[in-house]
Design a protein. Structure first.
Length: 349
């Protein structure tokens, strides 16, 4: 599905932005974040204390899965810091992001901020949004049509079925991308600090695992931990834009519609907010990236009413509905290749 809207004159967004500011929804939420950061750090440390206490046991498989969930919660804090949501000071937000990313989860903060900012600037813009760029999966009809080689074409034909299994490798993919970015150093203002903290993370992580566990259990632990981390990260971000309209090259759309029409919200209560790190308010987050996470729920009512007043399609669905839409989109993109494979098979029969 592609959008073909023309650019609009004037700015409806300025009116909405004024409403949001008047409601003080962009004010910092220091107390809320103090508790959030404290709780997350306590749980993170507790996970590693449990790891040490359980020792060389197969019960470590439970610890590994739990730490995979905790790593993602820490990554959510890094995400908030990268968007300058927590404190007024950019330096303080960046340092939280670096510690949460490079030191605690093994993800390069500088690499992520550069990639994520490009995504926010042009979400679902073909040729611009790195989140729908060339990769293992095809996210546009052009990418699907250009697949070459039996493995690549097989994956694209079956990418809806392979989506969740492939997410088990997403954690590894994020670590590798971080290492490559730190090596190149093009997007890092604090490259030396990031390399140092990233190295500490790798040495401490592998050192602890190999010190406590025998080689076989260590391999199983790392596999489960990174798989859960990858699936949780992927499942948190996939509902936001996958299956929403993409914007072909050359199409101009104003900021408000660019962000709203390409984003999808996920319905739910406080548990969904916690589970998805506030990313379930994707429309509001894209319109106001520096809005503190605790303010997003209140902002939703204003944004939804504004969109209804201006006849702008506002998409919201259940969590499972969002996955269904994303998988349906991936399945549809693979349809031409499945048809080709069927024709080839029929001709050989």
């Amino acid at each position: 599905m592609t959008l073909t809207l023309a650019a609009r004159k004037g700015s409806d967004f300025s009116v909405l932005s004024r409403q949001i500011r008047d409601a003080k929804l962009l004010d910092r939420r220091r107390i809320s974040y103090t508790f959030r950061i404290g709780f997350t750090l306590l749980a993170f440390v507790g996970g590693w204390v449990a790891f040490a206490l359980v020792g060389n046991s197969w019960y470590q498989t439970i610890v590994a899965a739990t730490l995979g969930l905790l790593f993602t919660q820490v990554a959510f804090l890094g995400h908030d810091g990268g968007h300058q949501q927590i404190w007024r000071s950019k330096r303080a937000n960046d340092w939280l992001g670096i510690i949460a990313g490079d030191l605690m989860t093994g993800l390069s903060y500088g690499w992520w901020v550069d990639k994520h900012n490009r995504h926010h600037a042009k979400p679902n813009f073909e040729g611009h949004d790195p989140d729908i760029g060339e990769g293992v999966l095809a996210f546009t009809t052009e990418q699907a049509a250009n697949r070459r080689g039996p493995v690549s074409r097989f994956i694209t034909r079956n990418q809806a079925l392979l989506f969740f299994p492939l997410l088990t490798l997403e954690g590894l993919n994020l670590h590798v991308a971080s290492i490559q970015s730190l090596r190149d150093g093009r997007t890092h203002k604090r490259r030396g600090v990031e390399i140092a903290l990233f190295t500490v993370h790798v040495l401490a992580y592998l050192g602890a695992v190999l010190l406590v566990l025998d080689p076989v259990k260590a391999l199983v632990f790392v596999t489960i931990h990174q798989a859960v981390f990858g699936v949780y990260m992927g499942c948190s971000f996939a509902p936001n834009h996958k299956g929403m309209p993409t914007i072909p090259p050359g199409v101009q759309i104003d900021f408000l519609r660019r962000q709203v029409l390409t984003s999808r919200n996920v319905r739910g209560g406080w548990f969904t907010d916690f589970l998805l790190g506030g990313l379930n308010y994707q429309v509001e987050h894209h319109l106001f990236p520096n809005m503190p996470r605790p303010s997003l729920r209140r902002a939703q009512a204003l944004v939804r009413a504004f969109c209804a007043e201006h006849e702008i399609r506002y998409t919201e669905t259940t969590l499972f509905g969002s996955y269904a839409a994303a998988l349906r989109h991936l399945h549809d993109l693979g349809a031409p290749l499945r048809a080709q494979a069927a024709q080839i098979g029929a001709s050989r029969a």
